[in-house]
Design a protein around this ligand. Structure first.
Ligand code: ADP
Length: 426
């Protein structure tokens, strides 16, 4: 635009000079009228030129004003957008608290007052202040990269919350807390239902099983096969009920006893149990690559490990090999593993294997006398020890079930010879 204006001005000057020259020449050689015409044309162009120059000057003088107006408009639009976002977050049913690197509250919404008890007076104060003495406050002091799944709301203990923290920008983080009371109540109803049904079934099943045991097949030879089947099924039902009760108990526990679990004797006990179950059909060995022990519940760890060993025996055909392993990891943790070269499991089942009653093949499980709850129990026991279950398997080649234990659960070998609690021998 600017270059067009400059060219126009140069053009006007050239035309003015040309018109003046033309006017002089016309006055000398043609006529006075011609000279007058030329001069007027030149004047008109000069006038045009001045208009341009003044217009450009005015435009230059107005530019800061217009930029200021545009900036003000932009600012007002941004302010409106900010207010809209704040109003939207403010109206959320989830509690939202913005806090800085020092943990000081910057902003919060109405739900944060209702659920967390954050008030206007807490702005600029540590977030720990309104949450002091609550489980949420205790969670805030720990590793908050892991979300809190089910905690009482600090401002109303009858409500349950799920909370997480998300850092954003360079300085700020946001605490999000969702009211999950309804979900939590439903979960409790489910847990109570399973526990109550299992409990109610236990007594009649014990009675039925007792009477079946009293009946001697020799007395009624024609019913011998039926009696045998009835005994087997009632035993299976009793086992399912016991496993369901174990799971219910584990679900309601927040922690298990902290005992010193002597691993070397436990590995030997597990090997003896496997040999007894295998009845000589498998080669069973122990590979202990470390002498370290574990901190946890002797009873529950024994039961979880023994579940894996019994699965290896049940799902490995005769002549197969089973290795019970114990080794340390580079990060100071340790792994208990059971490896077999049995049937194996295809990849699509692995992620769901530890779900209740999930079976790769129900006939395979039934034949082997399984309840479908074993791995679920293992997973719960490991969770309560901050451990995890890792399954590697290939159909036709075998499986390895590993219990990965955190370094905080590993105890150094008992060098002073003090007796550590051993698991009950078989
Ligand atoms: P179950 O009582 O049926 O054995 P589990 O929860 O212990 O129940 O195991 C779930 C399923 O995982 C089993 O039904 C079986 O199909 C599979 N499984 C468990 N361990 C092994 C193994 N060592 N080899 C092959 N399949 C296994």
């Amino acid at each position: 635009m600017r270059s067009i204006r400059i060219s126009f001005r140069i053009g006007s000057a050239v035309i003015l000079l040309a018109s003046m020259a033309g006017a002089i020449a016309a006055a000398l050689w043609v006529s006075a009228w011609w000279a007058l015409g030329m001069a007027i044309g030149g004047e008109a162009i000069v006038l045009l030129w001045w208009t341009q120059v003044r217009g450009a000057r005015r435009t230059r003088q107005d530019a800061p004003g217009r930029a200021r107006a545009a900036r003000a408009l932009r600012r007002s639009r941004l302010r409106t957008q900010l207010h809209d976002v704040r109003d939207a977050v403010g109206a959320l049913a989830d509690a939202v608290v913005l806090f800085d690197r020092q943990g000081h509250v910057r902003w919060f919404n109405a739900a944060a007052t209702r659920l967390l008890g954050v008030q206007h007076g807490h702005i600029g104060q540590p977030l720990a202040q309104p949450l002091a003495g609550s489980e949420l406050g205790a969670w805030l002091r720990t590793d908050t990269t892991q979300p809190a799944t089910d905690l009482p709301a600090p401002a109303d203990a009858s409500l349950r919350l799920a909370a997480s923290i998300m850092p954003f920008g360079r300085q700020l983080s946001v605490l999000l807390a969702r009211d999950i009371s309804t979900l939590s109540r439903l979960e409790q109803v489910r847990r109570d239902f399973v526990a109550n049904v299992s409990h109610e079934l236990r007594t009649p099943l014990t009675v039925i099983h007792g009477y079946l045991e009293l009946l001697d097949p020799a007395d009624v030879p024609e019913l011998a096969p039926v009696l045998g089947e009835m005994r087997m099924q009632s035993q299976r039902m009793q086992q399912i009920v016991e496993d369901l009760l174990t799971l219910s108990r584990l679900e309601t526990r927040e922690a298990l006893p902290d005992e010193e679990v002597a691993m070397i004797p436990l590995l030997e006990t597990l090997r003896r149990e496997a040999v007894a179950l295998s009845l000589g059909r498998h080669r069973i060995t122990v590979e202990a690559g470390t002498q370290v022990d574990l901190r946890g519940s002797i009873h529950h760890l024994h039961s979880a490990f023994s579940n894996l060993v019994s699965n290896a025996v049940r799902y490995t055909p005769s002549g197969g090999e089973i290795v019970i392993g114990w080794r340390q990891t580079d990060d100071g943790g340790a792994i208990f593993s059971v490896r077999d070269n049995g049937l194996g499991i295809s990849a699509e089942h692995l992620a769901r294997l530890a779900e209740r009653f999930y079976r790769v093949s129900s006939s395979r499980s039934r034949e082997s006398g399984g309840t479908g709850l074993g791995l679920s129990i293992v997973k719960h026991v490991l969770n309560l020890h901050q451990g995890r279950l890792v399954i590697e398997s290939e159909p036709g080649r075998g499986s390895t079930f590993s219990c990965v234990m955190d370094a905080s659960r590993v105890l150094p070998p008992d060098t002073n010879g003090a007796a550590r609690a051993e698991t009950p021998a078989d």
